[in-house]
Ligand binder design. Structure first.
Ligand SMILES: [Zn+2]
Ligand SMILES: [Zn+2]
Length: 447
């Protein structure tokens, strides 16, 4: 549906995300975000039931992008740069993966959002959110950045701090909208909030039909800061951030040979997932103390994964991975992670496969036989590892509260905090090329 150009618009800021741009634009136009989403073609109505798809932040299809560009007075490339799919060349999990058969009411394909991205809440750096002193940013704030939605981005290199993910006052994940159905932003009908205010709804008995929002300014309210990132963590963050940049290095070193960034991030995700499932078996690979804080815990897993790929040969990597995989006994290939690895055959480098296969395929049964058994058992909640109802778990990162790892059963209304930890634990989805032709049973069972 065509939309007229808005009377006023805004130039997107560097690395700005679509939800953040919508907040600044609605603030400038003095409309609700819901109204701006309708005026830019992201929804078919601006009534309260209208919810733009969560996948809009990942990718806009050609028709929607054209309508949005016209309405917001942006060039097609400016519109494309607001979406996470701008990272897809180097970060395969940001590529739009379409759900098989599922289509919207107007016939468009549905984009799956289960991937290594934070789509239901965002990390942030308070000082980067603050205005840079320009008139426009003084009024509407700085950018909610796209890169804060990527798990490998855990620290801000400008201020050299870990990224936050909770509001310092209400302690809820930022931009998380609880309730049924995932939403692009919470409180899209609220015209009173500044783009940099916390949008969490506070339950109250006094105003049950118009509950107030937290409203904390996230750029100026100090949170309790733990220790800053260690030097090794900043070096790691700089390496990963450089690989994400379009003009970054064309290859990354892994097990003694250069590989493309896309393959590198695929490997890091598979290893991160394995490490988080078996933690603390891999804790010796981390130089700094791990913590319950979300960004710090993520930094620890990433550091351990990169330490493995930084080895010069498969033999050296096997020495590091053996205690990790043997912590599961001889069950390596029977775990969710192991089965998924055997079935998906992820597009990782041959040297890493030579590292992992002997550790997973401990018994002399053939690979084909194990794939058959893994396929027969299928995936789903019933084969997820069972966590104890109380007490510390052997897979629990040091200092990470047990509630972070309990109850991993999927559900649309689970707290974002659990979703965010699950994003580290869940075995990676199949690669992009195979997503589109994937049997429906496999594509949908893991949700
Ligand atoms: Zn910053
Ligand atoms: Zn808050």
């Amino acid at each position: 549906m065509l939309r007229d150009p808005l009377p006023l618009s805004l130039d997107p800021l560097e690395d700005e995300s679509l939800p953040g741009y919508l907040l600044r634009l609605s603030h400038r136009l003095e409309h609700t975000p819901a109204r701006v989403m309708f005026l830019t073609g992201l929804t078919v109505t601006d009534r309260s039931e209208a919810r733009p798809r969560l996948s809009s932040m990942v990718h806009l299809d050609a028709d929607t992008a054209a309508v949005f560009s016209t309405a917001a007075r942006l060039t097609p490339s400016e519109t494309a740069a607001l979406c996470l799919s701008a990272f897809e060349e180097r970060y395969p999990y940001a590529a739009p993966a379409f759900a098989d058969k599922a289509r919207t009411m107007d016939g468009r394909k549905v984009i799956r959002t289960e991937r290594w991205l934070f789509t239901t809440s965002t990390r942030y750096c308070p000082q980067c959110l603050a205005s840079n002193g320009s008139t426009i940013q003084n009024e509407h704030g700085g950018a909610w950045r796209r890169s804060w939605r990527l798990p490998p981005v855990f620290a801000c290199m400008r201020q050299r701090v870990f990224l936050e993910h909770l509001c310092p006052v209400c302690q809820q994940p930022v931009h998380f909208a609880p309730g049924s159905g995932a939403r692009l932003l919470p409180r899209i009908k609220d015209h009173r909030l500044h783009p940099l205010q916390c949008r969490t709804t506070l339950p109250t008995l006094e105003r049950p039909f118009d509950p107030p929002s937290c409203g904390t300014r996230l750029d100026t309210t100090a949170s309790v800061q733990g220790p800053p990132p260690a030097h090794e963590q900043l070096v790691l963050q700089e390496r990963l951030a450089a690989l994400l940049r379009p003009d970054g290095p064309g290859t990354a070193q892994s097990l003694g040979e250069p590989i493309p960034p896309e393959q590198y991030f695929t490997q890091i995700r598979w290893l991160t997932s394995l490490l988080s499932l078996t933690w603390p078996a891999g804790s010796d690979l981390v130089s700094s103390t791990t913590s319950s804080d979300e960004s710090r815990a993520c930094a620890g897993f990433l550091e351990a994964a990169v330490r493995i790929t930084d080895q010069h040969s498969p033999a050296e990597a096997i020495d590091l991975l053996r205690p990790v995989l043997l912590s599961m006994g001889d069950l390596g290939w029977k775990t969710v992670w192991g089965r998924r690895y055997l079935l998906d055959q992820p597009p990782i480098q041959q040297r890493l496969r030579l590292t992992l296969d002997p550790l997973i395929l401990i018994k002399p049964t053939s690979l084909t036989r194990r794939q058959t058994i893994a396929h027969r058992r299928k995936y789903g909640p019933v084969v997820r590892p069972a966590f104890p109802a109380s007490g510390p778990h052997r897979h629990q990162p040091a200092g990470l509260p047990a509630r972070h790892l309990r109850s991993p059963l999927p559900g649309s209304d689970r707290p974002a905090r659990q979703q965010r930890t699950r994003i580290l634990r869940t075995p990676p989805p199949p690669p992009r090329a195979r997503c589109r032709n994937r049997p429906r049973t496999m594509a949908t069972k893991h949700r």
